[in-house]
Design a binder for this molecule. Structure first.
Ligand SMILES: [Fe+2]
Length: 448
């Protein structure tokens, strides 16, 4: 039975919901007359699938309920029912970060809209809860080792099976989907878990190999492979102790590799032969930020590691290579995005930081660096658009490094000296000045 909770302090609204939903035998509806009563009820009924919630209520607001739900029931769908847009309401700052879960309907609403929402969510909860999302490329690598039914999502609420577990995996079928830019498939959770466990073991072996490899390019490829793997495992499975251990080892090896890197040229030649922008960008951000703190003489081993973790995991919440390439909301590429993609871009620093928040490996300094990696000296960055005087010098290091890494990777034809001039206008001011000047010195070394 699909469970729905309606939270509203007006009895008439609760009655309207009751009338709309009572005819549907496959759902069970609960009612709460205040935010606090809703939270109390949710502590007992943790399997509620969809919440319709008013904003203005005396005893616990819709903001209080949303905060509690997003922290305690992160897979539960929450629909705000209000006369006000969520972005104008306190407590809803990251509301649009997960459009698949969090939605808004304005009052007055139609019965049709409510019914459609309930039927979509209940169908999805039944249909999709048993699947885990996994890269089609990864499934290809398990050919012959783990047999699995493979599905792709062809529509928001429709999956089709493209491979049967009993058949031999047809590489061409998967390749055809990959060629059509469909990079993600779905398998049952137990299969995904088995694949990720094997992948984790392979990643540990790969990290061992980094230590013994002498050739720069081979070592760099192993470092990037390890980082790609760690990112995919976290995105597919979240964390456990073994994954954290491997993530930690990958960061340590990355730092050692950066110490052996002679200059930007070597790294760029390594990147030119690889496809993943997100990993290349993470490593290049780590290179610039590591060089910067050395130049500024802030390079304690503790800070070096924190800033490397922030650089490498800044975009862990993003699946799309294209969206990761947007640094600022004034970029043309941002303007060209759909509204939904714009929301994903704006909220990704907050979401990346939230994904990592659960584990002490990512302490509060690292989480803040990730949260702030798209803020700006003009106070027009995202997600918080905070005043630049509130940013720490280390925030400045990661912001400049992440921005420069994007420019270097995407504007091959632009000379580094021209990029520096553009950066002069943006960053040679206020509390960014010192870091910008240090960056100039770092780049002089790379240019010469
Ligand atoms: Fe980012």
């Amino acid at each position: 039975m699909f469970k729905v909770l309606v939270v509203d302090d007006e009895p008439q609204i609760r009655e309207v919901f009751e009338l709309i939903l009572e005819a549907n035998d496959s759902i069970e509806v609960f009612f709460a007359a205040s935010g606090n009563l809703a939270i109390q009820l949710l502590q007992e009924q943790k399997d509620v699938g969809l919440i319709f919630c008013d904003y203005r209520m005396d005893d616990g607001s819709g903001g209080d309920v949303f905060k509690w739900v997003s922290e305690n029931l992160p897979q539960t769908c929450f629909t705000l029912v209000s006369t006000y847009e969520p972005n104008r309401l306190e407590g809803f700052e990251n509301f649009y970060s997960r459009p698949e879960l969090y939605q808004y309907i304005s009052k007055p609403f139609s019965a049709e809209k409510i019914l459609k929402m309930v039927s979509d969510k209940s169908a999805n909860s039944e249909k999709f809860s048993e699947y885990a999302r996994i890269k089609l490329n990864t499934i290809l690598t398990f050919r012959g080792k783990i047999k699995a039914d493979v599905f792709v999502k062809i529509h928001e609420d429709k999956m089709v099976k493209i491979i049967d577990a009993h058949d031999d995996l047809d590489q061409d079928i998967l390749q055809r989907y990959i060629d059509k830019s469909m990079h993600w498939g779905y398998v049952f959770h137990d299969k995904a878990q088995a694949m990720m466990k094997t992948k984790l073991g392979e990643t540990d072996t790969l990290i061992q190999k980094i230590k013994t490899e002498i050739k720069f390019e081979d070592k760099g490829n192993l470092v990037l492979d390890a980082l790609d793997n760690v990112r995919e495992i976290i995105q597919t499975q979240g964390f456990n102790e073994a994954i954290l251990k491997t993530a930690d080892k990958s960061v340590i090896e990355t730092l050692q590799f950066l110490d052996q890197t002679k200059g930007l040229k070597d790294l760029l030649s390594l990147f030119s032969k690889r496809g993943s922008y997100i990993s290349n960008h993470g490593l290049l951000t780590a290179y610039f930020s590591n060089s910067l703190i050395q130049r500024l003489e802030w390079n304690t081993s503790e800070l070096r590691k924190k800033i490397a973790i922030a650089s490498l995991f800044q975009n862990i919440s993003l699946q799309s290579e294209e969206l990761a390439q947007i640094h600022s909301t004034i970029d043309d590429s941002f303007e060209e995005c759909s509204l939904q993609d714009q929301k994903i871009v704006i909220e990704h620093p907050r979401l990346s930081s939230e994904i990592l928040e659960a584990k002490e490996f990512f302490d509060s300094d690292v989480l803040n660096l990730i949260l702030n990696h798209h803020e700006s000296p003009y106070g027009n960055g995202f997600p918080r658009s905070i005043d630049s005087t509130l940013l720490s010098p280390i925030d400045g290091v990661i912001i400049l490094s992440s921005h420069l890494a994007k420019e270097v990777l995407l504007n091959h034809s632009k000379e580094l000296t021209v990029m520096v001039q553009d950066f002069n206008e943006i960053y040679n001011k206020g509390n960014f000045k010192k870091i910008y000047r240090a960056l100039l010195q770092v780049l002089m070394r790379d240019i010469s």
